[in-house]
Design a binder for this molecule. Structure first.
Ligand code: SAM
Ligand code: ZN
Length: 372
């Protein structure tokens, strides 16, 4: 395997050389390394610095870059274990362990077997595609923090409907707010797996970016937190003829009819409702940014601030689509949102699209606001 040195943050390791001419260069190498996920790993370094877990498992290490960076760069310096079931990956991780002078534990196990046997204060899952087969074992291993990256956004967002139903035991739908649906379907699924262990889910920071979804969670022991978690599950009801959309909390889905066009409404879910971040954790992460100048500070700050201001609503309206639907020309987004606020509604941006508006204003108000 041909290798080359790369530096992310302040950590330098060997990664395999990939074929830059191919459509997806990381997919051509024998051990996986995707430079475009640097932001995701920066966020992991920042989160570990804030939460200070004493032990951290990078359950699917590949080159080990995530675990090595946490061991080298996080302000709290946890004991780091990096695992992969590929022998080639483990050979490379041993080489990188020596090269970096970091004493990470390298394990050559199936992630589910390892997580079923051993507890870690933070478990980080970063599989190819769906994390669904790993959630059960992770629920037993993660005490209390669980981080998950999912790259199978098409099944989660409803673009590959049957795969979404199989993997997440839910009913997704491809909507104009599909990143929101994908994130909340994944979080809802994780919550339904976790509660059977009499544990609840407290989201610390969950976001959608590029082609992945990232969940960072605290798992809280006890039947009460588990019951509170179940109360956070619900459905988003979307009319298939017009833009009417509404939320419903609770596990029992009700059949609704659109109040505007009388069409029978499609229910999306079960999925996670309400808050997807903890503002105290975000504030702490923001305060640590100046101590970690090697991270992509501006991009991290931008995302953290956007997540912090987002209202707890499980959908958004795309304001271009609103203007097209009512046949009025679009105004600047800020002006549009100010008009909604002046009428007593909230109107906020989403963290994942520049044209999304999260608001409690009803459709007639949303259409009228283009006119003034
Ligand atoms: C997307 S890569 C991980 C990338 C890495 N975390 C990073 O940040 O660059 C997924 C890795 O998971 C490993 N993997 C997949 N299934 C596994 C399993 N059941 N147990 C352990 N490792 C597994 C693969 O060998 C691969 O190296
Ligand atoms: Zn309708």
């Amino acid at each position: 395997m041909q290798k080359t040195l790369i530096t992310e943050g302040i950590t330098t390791i060997l990664v395999p050389v990939s074929d830059e001419q191919s459509k997806f260069p990381p997919g051509t190498a024998q051990v996986f390394y995707n430079a475009r996920m640097q932001f995701n790993r920066d966020m992991a370094v920042l989160l570990v610095s804030s939460l200070k877990p004493r032990s951290y498992l990078d359950a699917m290490g590949a080159t080990g870059i995530r675990g090595f960076r946490v061991a080298h760069e996080a302000l709290s310096q946890p004991e780091v274990t990096i695992n992969d079931y590929s022998s080639l990956a483990c050979d490379l991780m041993h080489e990188n362990n020596e090269k970096t002078g970091l004493s990470c534990h390298i394990t050559h196990r199936d992630a589910n077997a390892l997580m079923s046997e051993q507890r870690f204060e933070m478990v980080d899952l970063d599989p190819f595609g769906t994390p669904s087969p790993f959630i059960d074992a992770a629920a037993r291993s993660a005490h209390p923090y669980l981080c998950i990256t999912a790259t199978d956004t098409a099944p989660l967002c409803g673009a590959h409907l049957k795969a979404g139903i199989r993997r997440y035991d839910t009913m997704p739908m491809n909507t104009e707010y599909h990143p929101e649906v994908g994130l909340r379907i994944l979080l809802g699924y994780v919550a339904r797996v976790i509660v059977k262990y009499d544990r609840g889910v407290h989201p610390l920071l969950c976001y959608v970016r590029d082609h992945y979804i990232r969940l960072m969670l605290k798992l809280v022991n006890g039947a009460d937190p588990a019951d509170e978690t179940i109360a956070r599950l619900g459905y988003v009801h979307q009319c298939t003829s017009c833009q009417y959309v509404t939320e419903q909390y609770g596990r029992r889905m009700t059949e609704l009819t659109c109040p505007y066009c009388k069409t029978k409404i499609r229910a999306i879910g079960p999925l996670w409702m309400g808050s997807i971040c903890d503002t105290a954790v975000i504030d702490d992460m923001l305060s640590l940014l100046s101590s970690l100048p090697q991270l992509q500070t501006n991009a991290l700050k931008r995302l953290l601030l956007l997540c912090k201001q987002e209202p707890e609503i499980a959908f958004h309206y795309d304001y271009h689509r609103l203007s097209k639907r009512c046949g009025r020309s679009a105004v600047a987004l800020e002006t549009y949102m100010t008009r909604l606020r002046e009428q007593g509604y909230y109107a906020k941006k989403t963290h994942y699209t520049g044209t999304g508006v999260k608001t409690d204003a009803p459709l007639p108000v949303l259409y009228q606001a283009f006119d003034e």
